[in-house]
Design a protein around this ligand. Structure first.
Ligand SMILES: Nc1nc2c(c(=O)[nH]1)N=C([C@H](O)[C@H](O)COP(=O)(O)OP(=O)(O)OP(=O)(O)O)CN2
Ligand SMILES: [Zn+2]
Length: 136
C-alpha cells in the first residue's frame, strides 16, 4: 500500500526572465513583464510530495518534521528573500522560470530522500500559475 505525504512551504524571491543575448525589446516580447530589467518578486508556494509504503511500526511514510527541516535547509535557506538571478548559483546561467526552479528544487531534494520513495514537487509562482515535476 503506497501513500503520499505532502508538505507545503513558501519563499519570496525576485527574478528576471531574459536571455542576455537578446535586446530588452525582444525579452519583453517573449517574457512579458517578467523581463523587467529591474527585477520583480513572487510569493512562491511549494508542495513537496513523497510517496512510499508506511512503516508498519511508526505508520509514517516519512516523518513530516524531517521533511519540513529538509525543505528549510535545501530550499528556503537558499531561495527566501533572494534575487534568484544574482544570488542563487544554479540560476547564474539558467533562466529562473517556474519550470527551471521546480527542477532545481527537485534535484536538491531527490538525493536527500530515500531511494525507494517517489518525489514530486509542485511550485506555484502565482496563485494561478503553477508547475510540477516528478523526475520524468
Ligand atoms: N511557462 C511559463 N510561462 C510563464 C512563466 C513561467 O515561469 N513559465 N512565468 C511568467 C511570469 O514570471 C509570471 O508567472 C506571470 O505573472 P503574471 O502574468 O502576473 O501571472 P498572474 O497569475 O498574476 O496573472 P493573472 O493575469 O492575474 O492571472 C509568465 N509566463
Ligand atoms: Zn516573474
Amino acid at each position: 500500500m503506497k501513500i503520499t505525504v505532502h508538505r507545503k512551504a513558501h519563499f519570496n524571491a525576485a527574478h528576471r526572465l531574459f536571455r542576455k543575448e537578446w535586446s530588452d525589446e525582444r525579452n519583453l516580447e517573449v517574457f512579458g513583464k517578467c523581463s523587467n530589467p529591474n527585477y520583480h518578486g513572487h510569493n512562491y508556494e511549494l508542495i513537496v510530495s513523497v510517496t512510499g509504503e508506511p512503516n508498519p511500526e511508526t505508520g509514517f511514510v516519512m516523518d513530516l518534521k524531517i521533511l519540513k527541516e529538509l525543505i528549510y535547509r535545501e530550499v528556503e535557506e537558499s531561495f527566501d528573500h533572494k534575487n534568484l538571478n544574482l544570488e542563487v548559483p544554479e540560476f547564474k546561467d539558467l533562466n529562473p522560470t517556474a519550470e527551471n526552479i521546480v527542477v532545481v528544487i527537485w534535484n536538491k531534494l531527490r538525493n536527500k530522500i530515500r531511494e525507494d520513495h517517489d518525489l514530486e514537487v509542485t511550485l506555484y509562482e502565482t496563485p494561478r500559475n503553477f508547475v510540477s515535476y516528478k523526475g520524468e
